[in-house]
Design a protein around this ligand. Structure first.
Ligand SMILES: [Zn+2]
Length: 195
């Protein structure tokens, strides 16, 4: 499917907007409405950092995302934020799973909601994938994957997990997945489309 003559990615579920107010990489042009207008993927989900989505900000955030027909999520910063994440009715979770027992447990708690749990950029956070429940999706992240020895670190898990590809976009020109797609193809990963 194409929009404005360019080919669309199947999905992009890891995207930040101006709601990630404390994240200095986000630019003021990166609004929910702008991302919807660019329409770089068939399925688009917004996942701002949960730390910046206190009430009543969250309600407005959710309303604006739904008004654009996008999927509602947030990026959950390890175990301390799991309870809050479970309260909010998010459609899926972008989960930062650090190499801590509590964080692996947190992944299980998020899975209990029945909604998809995506392990965000595991190479960046040194997530031990042996300890991650196999029902979680592993993200191949366009922003970070090239900085690591992805062949060595991801190849052993290609059969154990399902994978999604995400841009982790913070600015309009990061709404892209080219490096992540190259990595996935090299590893023989079949991308899972969640919605
Ligand atoms: Zn992110």
């Amino acid at each position: 499917m194409k929009k404005n003559g360019h080919r669309l990615f199947p999905q992009d579920l890891h995207i930040h907007t101006t709601y990630s107010t404390g994240d200095s990489s986000v630019t003021p042009q990166q609004t929910i409405e702008f991302i919807a207008q660019v329409g770089h993927a068939r399925i688009i989900g917004i996942s701002d950092h949960l730390e910046y989505l206190d009430d009543p900000i969250f309600s407005r955030y959710a309303e604006r995302i739904r008004a654009q027909g996008l999927r509602l999520s947030a990026e959950v910063n390890g175990a301390p934020w799991v309870d809050r994440a479970r309260e909010l009715g998010l459609e899926y979770y972008i989960y930062q799973c650090f190499d801590r027992d509590a964080d692996y447990k947190g992944a299980e708690l998020l899975l209990q909601t029945g909604n998809p749990v995506i392990i965000a950029h595991p190479l960046l956070l040194d997530t031990n994938l042996d300890k991650v429940p196999p029902e979680c999706y592993i993200e191949v992240n366009n922003r970070y994957v090239w900085r690591f020895d992805w062949r060595l670190r991801l190849q052993p898990y290609v059969k154990r997990f399902s994978f999604v590809i995400g841009s982790d976009a913070h600015t309009p020109n990061w709404l892209a997945q080219h490096v992540a797609r190259y990595v996935a193809e090299e590893l023989g990963i079949n991308e899972s489309v969640l919605f």
